[in-house]
Design a protein around this ligand. Structure first.
Ligand SMILES: Nc1ncnc2c1ncn2[C@@H]1O[C@H](COP(=O)(O)OP(=O)(O)OP(=O)(O)O)[C@@H](O)[C@H]1O
Ligand SMILES: [Mg+2]
Length: 209
């Protein structure tokens, strides 16, 4: 699974409600203003079969799933999205702005559901061999603020409660650590300030390429 071409592969990560969708739209607009072609995608989904699996994953009526089943469903969606959309776009020289990627599965299922982060990382390598984002931006937000932004409506995964989300937030921060190609941005700032901090990180990668 080779990444060719000159498109940038940019991933936004973080808890539900941290502002990924808001920032993805702003980032896509900003890249577009530079005359770049941008493909904005989100996980799970963004392909016809992926949207069906998304429905299954998010519908509270699905009830509980075996944690490994859940991780594999996310991986299946991801594989389909990478082969149908992400690799072709990058090869055409387009930038890809993606909401959620492997780090979400590593943290929500690996750490949060106790599968183990190593096991999920292994699965990630098998699912998308050799494909690495140019930049992962973790939008970090305290769980309380993330839940407040979401309001009372909860999907199947958002309904798992504060203790679970605390574990996931910690896992995201541990995963990010001092890993190259990962930036942590304080998502509690205003939309504009988050966008500004995020753009500083993206500019660094733009100038490398
Ligand atoms: N910096 C911010 N300050 C205050 N509110 C914000 C900020 N960024 C986003 N919001 C609001 O918080 C809510 C969640 O934002 P958004 O939908 O972008 O999050 P998300 O990370 O995409 O969530 P999900 O994972 O559930 O899709 C929205 O109502 C949005 O308008
Ligand atoms: Mg969103």
């Amino acid at each position: 699974m080779k990444k060719a071409g000159k498109g940038l592969f940019l991933v936004l990560e973080g808890l539900d409600g941290c502002g990924k969708s808001v920032q993805a739209a702003l980032l896509a607009e900003r890249l577009g203003n530079l005359g770049r072609k941008v493909r904005a995608l989100r996980e799970p989904g963004s392909t016809p079969p992926g949207e069906k699996v998304r429905e299954l994953l998010l519908d509270p009526a699905t009830g509980s799933l075996d944690p490994a089943t859940e991780a594999l469903l996310f991986m299946a969606c991801r594989r389909e999205l990478v082969s149908r959309e992400i690799l072709p776009a990058l090869e055409r020289g387009e930038d890809v702005v993606l909401e959620r990627f492997h780090p979400s599965t590593i943290c929500y299922q690996g750490a949060g559901l106790g599968l183990g982060t190593e096991r999920v990382e292994e699965l990630a390598r098998w699912t998308t061999p050799g494909l690495e984002p140019d930049l992962v931006i973790l939008l970090d937000l305290p769980v309380k603020e993330a839940l407040a932004r979401l309001g009372p409506q909860r999907d199947r995964l958002e309904g798992r409660g504060g203790a679970y989300l605390e574990k996931v937030r910690r896992a995201f921060l541990d995963w990010a650590g001092s890993r190259p190609g990962v930036a942590v941005v304080d998502a509690s700032l205003s939309r504009e300030d988050v966008a500004r901090a995020l753009w500083e990180e993206v500019k660094r990668v733009l100038h490398q390429g």
